[in-house]
Every structure is written in structure tokens, then in C-alpha cells.
Design a protein around this ligand. Structure first.
Ligand code: NAD
Length: 274
């Protein structure tokens, strides 16, 4: 067995160590978001987990997180409102003093075929899934640019890559996140260059997306068992994904290990065709 001699020096910081960093995870108290919050906390980040309209999940999450040694707290805000997005970022800054990691995870569905889709079904899904991500990122970005370091990860979906019957609103919102991710990644790098951060390592603000396939969470709770069996049969790995498996991809994208990756999408979908 190899023994590492440290000669009394502090062990080098691992590149997936997030201690000292502050993360805001929207929709972070349930499902995929809760798995992301827990994973980032396990790596040492101070986590603020957002939620809306769901006190029960926030209370359960708070109780579940009693094990963490780092601070992890919840914050209620409805990100379908641009003002609430801005207020949320300010709240994280007031509470924790900085913001290093933003995970735009909150998302909803309102499935209906196009001919039956109401104005509200369309606007609500776009407001949470796409506009919510934009306005939260817009509020967070100046702080990341100021410190020339930060990570934004947008949780999209395989549906944004393939489309789906009855989900034109959801698919449009999730495809929109790809355009948002690619553009924001370029803008962040460009703004740091303009700010004369000439040291390339000083342009350390990245923006990426994760596109999960079908993952076992409350979001799939209303999908009939037969339909889920059909989905499973289409997945080469022959099972649904687990929230923790999406969280692992996010953990990588927010760590120093991914410093040279920006404007990209990581698919976590069991090998499904896009
Ligand atoms: P979920 O329904 O369990 O959780 C959604 C979260 O979003 C909740 O924490 C909720 O509080 C939050 N939220 C909803 N509306 C909000 C609002 N107006 N303001 C603030 N927060 C709000 O869903 P999940 O399956 O964990 O999904 C998480 C993300 O992953 C979503 O963006 C979803 O589209 C995406 N996704 C899920 C799957 C899947 O199969 N479960 C697949 C691909 C992508």
C-alpha cells in the first residue's frame, strides 16, 4: 500500500473539494434537486436549497440533512417571478456572504397536446423552467464575474433533445436551456476577458447543462406504470435513473476538475438515443 508522506504539510486540496464555496440549488429540497444539495454538501459546500409551494418536502429535507457538518438551509421563493429570482440570490448573499455555484434545477410539467394547451399551461412551464433559470443566472453572474470564479449548471432534459407528445411546452423550455447555456458560457468568458482578466486561469466562470433521461422522482409519479415499462424498455441500461446519478454529474461540473468544460451538455440517460 502506498503511504503518502505529508511532512507536516496540509494535504493538498482535492479538485472535487467544495469547502468554502456557497451553492444555491433551486428546487433543491426534493427529487433530483435534493440529491444535488446533499452531494454538494457532502463535498463541503454550504448549500441553500430553494423550494416553492411545498413546505412538506422542505421540512423533510431539513430533517434528512441533520447529518451534515456544513451549513445547509432552505429558502422559499417562486422562481416564476423575475423579482423572486433576484430576491433569492440576494438572500443567499446576505445569508452566506458569497455565491459560487448556482444549480438551476427547479422545473415543472403541465402536459397537454398542443390543441388543448391553455395559455397558462404554456406560460407557467416556460416561466419556471426557462425564464426562472435565466433571471436567477442573471442575478448570480455579476458576483461570479467579480470573483472571476463560479459555476452555473442548468438541469435540462432528454425531452429537450428529442421532443415528446404532449410536452411541447416542457420540451421548448428544456431545449431553450441549451441555447441559454451555450450563450451564457460564451458571454461569461467574454466579460471576464473584457474585464482584463488576462490570466486564462482567471476566467473561471463556467456554464453547463445536464440532460437527465427518465429519473425516479415525484415528477414521474403521475406516469402510468405501463408507460414507465415502455420507457424502461427503450433504455439500453434497462432501468430508470436515480437522482444521485444526476447529482454525480452536477458534482463534477461544479468542481475544479471540470475547469476546462463550458457551454456543454452532459446526458445522464442510461444510453437513450437523442
Ligand atoms: P420534482 O417535481 O421532484 O422537483 C421539482 C422541484 O422544483 C421541487 O423542489 C419544487 O419545489 C421546485 N419548483 C417547482 N416549481 C417551482 C417554482 N415556481 N419556484 C421554485 N421552485 C419550484 O422533480 P424532479 O424530477 O426532481 O426534477 C428536477 C429537475 O430535473 C426539473 O427541472 C426537471 O424538469 C428535470 N428532469 C427531471 C426528470 C425526471 O425524470 N424526473 C428527467 C429530466 C429532467
Amino acid at each position: 500500500m502506498a503511504i503518502i508522506e505529508t511532512h507536516g504539510e496540509t494535504a493538498p486540496k482535492l479538485d472535487d473539494d467544495l469547502s468554502g464555496r456557497v451553492a444555491f440549488v433551486t428546487g433543491g429540497t426534493r427529487g433530483i434537486g435534493a440529491a444535488i444539495s446533499r452531494r454538494l454538501a457532502a463535498r463541503g459546500a454550504t448549500v441553500v436549497a430553494g423550494f416553492a409551494h411545498d413546505e412538506a418536502s422542505a421540512a423533510r429535507f431539513t430533517a434528512d440533512c441533520a447529518w451534515t457538518e456544513v451549513p445547509i438551509s432552505v429558502h422559499r421563493s417562486d422562481i416564476s417571478s423575475p423579482d423572486e429570482c433576484r430576491r433569492s440570490v440576494q438572500e443567499v448573499l446576505d445569508r452566506c456572504g458569497r455565491l459560487d455555484i448556482l444549480v438551476n434545477n427547479a422545473g415543472i410539467t403541465a402536459d397537454r397536446i398542443t390543441l388543448r394547451m391553455s395559455d397558462d399551461d404554456w406560460h407557467r412551464v416556460l416561466a419556471v423552467n426557462l425564464s426562472g433559470a435565466f433571471f436567477t443566472a442573471q442575478a448570480a453572474l455579476p458576483h461570479m464575474l467579480e470573483q472571476a470564479a463560479g459555476r452555473i449548471v442548468n438541469i435540462s432534459s432528454i425531452i429537450g433533445q428529442t421532443g415528446n407528445v404532449g410536452q411541447v411546452n416542457y420540451a421548448a423550455s428544456k431545449s431553450g436551456l441549451f441555447g441559454l447555456t451555450m450563450s451564457l458560457a460564451k458571454e461569461a468568458a467574454f466579460m471576464l476577458k473584457r474585464a482584463e482578466r488576462l490570466d486564462p486561469d482567471g476566467r473561471n466562470v463556467t456554464v453547463n447543462a445536464v440532460a437527465p433521461g427518465f429519473v425516479e422522482t415525484d415528477m414521474l409519479a403521475t406516469v402510468p406504470g405501463k408507460v414507465l415499462d415502455g420507457i424502461r424498455a427503450q433504455v439500453p441500461l434497462n432501468r430508470l435513473g436515480r437522482p444521485e446519478e444526476v447529482a454525480r454529474a452536477v458534482e463534477f461540473l461544479v468542481s475544479d476538475a471540470s475547469a476546462y468544460i463550458t457551454g456543454q451538455v452532459i446526458a445522464v440517460n442510461g444510453g437513450m438515443e437523442m
